[in-house]
Design a protein around this ligand. Structure first.
Ligand code: NAP
Length: 335
């Protein structure tokens, strides 16, 4: 029953995409010529569409799709789909196009996160926009390779480590005209975190006493704190956390397989959801708008101040930073 109550609260009374800034990709994405972008989870719906719109309108030099390892044929298919959808309507093939590349990344493994960052810095001198977008919501309990609760380990800790490893490259890029950005994809679901926000004593393990919405919620709450922390520690960067809205994506499909409640409510879900093309507007706004205030959390589109009290709790944020540093202290920095 708590599962139903929390899900219904977010589904029926969540903020959705209800206004805020007007942002039209074709008009508002500036030129990203020569820039380099990395998007985690860009084989999935929101990440892929973000890559398509950026390639189509901003045309950065390269976009890296960092996602779960797969065969060469599947990787090629991801790259070709983004390229095709970005440029299929274009008659003038002389305008420079974005090159899309695939990077293996399994956020449930410190080794994989480090290898992904190492591969990236071996290839690139700069990073202009980093999207920490990949994410899961799962009913089934589980842990990551290092033994952390799987939502927390993947959605938060894997991304916190990736950001830490890539910060030197982002900072190196900072003298450029516009500040490099880190867009952290959180969720209005951060409000479903358990009492106290983050149960530090249970993060090693399955957090078995929590329902999945609380496990997801605490990981997304932690991402808002990560955004603020990165902003404070690295003023040469612009960081923003976003909730994309409610969108029927691969995440919902995965949940349908595991949750009877989600399966039963599937027929009415479209009434509460927006299409993927709308669901990525907050991503794009946060990555390019001059109005972004670093360290903030935004609901769609560009609406600040909607985070929970726990997301503003400075003592919780400080404890999270200390806890995180302790967990990743043995991961070797990149040479
Ligand atoms: N859809 C919504 O209504 C909604 C609402 C609020 C927030 N969000 C957030 O938006 C983000 C994007 O989600 P989406 O809706 O686009 O879902 P999606 O279509 O399922 O995309 C998620 C992506 O993350 C990848 N991923 C899963 N496990 C991974 C791992 N261990 N390492 C690296 N990548 C991994 C997935 O890869 P595979 O496809 O290969 O599994 C997929 O490409 C998530 O952070 C989600 O929490 C979504």
């Amino acid at each position: 029953m708590p599962e139903f109550r929390e899900m219904a609260k977010v589904t029926l009374f969540g903020s959705g995409n209800k206004g805020g800034a007007k942002f039209t990709p074709a008009k508002d994405i500036p030129s990203l010529a020569d820039k380099v972008v990395l998007i985690t989870g860009a084989a999935g719906d929101l990440g892929r569409q973000t890559a398509i719109e950026l390639a189509k309108y901003g045309r950065p030099a390269r976009i890296y799709v960092a996602d779960l390892p797969r065969g060469d044929v599947e990787k090629k298919a991801v790259i070709e789909r983004i390229t095709r959808e970005a440029y299929e309507q274009e008659k003038d093939a002389t305008t420079p196009r974005t090159e899309v590349r695939f990077l293996d990344l399994d956020l449930t493994s410190f080794d994989s996160v480090r290898a992904c960052a190492a591969e990236f810095v071996a290839k690139e001198e700069r990073l202009d926009i980093l999207f920490l977008n990949a994410g899961i919501i799962r009913v089934a309990k589980g842990t990551t390779k290092e033994g952390y609760e799987v939502h927390f380990g993947l959605n938060y800790l894997g991304h916190a480590l990736l950001a830490k490893l890539l910060i030197p490259t982002l900072e190196k890029t900072a003298p450029a005209a516009s500040k490099p950005r880190v867009v952290v994809v959180s969720s209005e679901g951060h409000a479903m975190a358990p009492k106290g926000g983050i149960q530090f004593d249970n993060l090693k393990g399955e957090c078995a006493a929590m329902d999945y919405s609380q496990r997801y919620g605490q990981s997304k709450l932690a991402l808002i704190h990560l955004t603020r922390h990165l902003s404070t520690l690295h003023p040469s960067l612009t960081t923003a956390a976003v909730h994309p809205g409610r969108i029927l994506t691969g995440m919902a499909d995965a949940l349908k397989k595991e949750s009877l409640l989600v399966k039963l409510t599937a027929p009415i879900a479209p009434f509460f959801c927006v299409p993927v093309s709308v669901g990525i507007i907050n991503h794009l706004w946060a990555a390019t708008s001059p109005d972004v205030v670093s360290g903030s959390y935004y609901e769609p589109v560009g609406v600040p101040g909607k985070e929970s009290a726990l997301a503003r709790d400075e003592a919780l944020g400080k404890r999270l930073v200390e806890w995180t540093e302790e967990q990743v202290k043995d991961v070797k920095p990149l040479a």
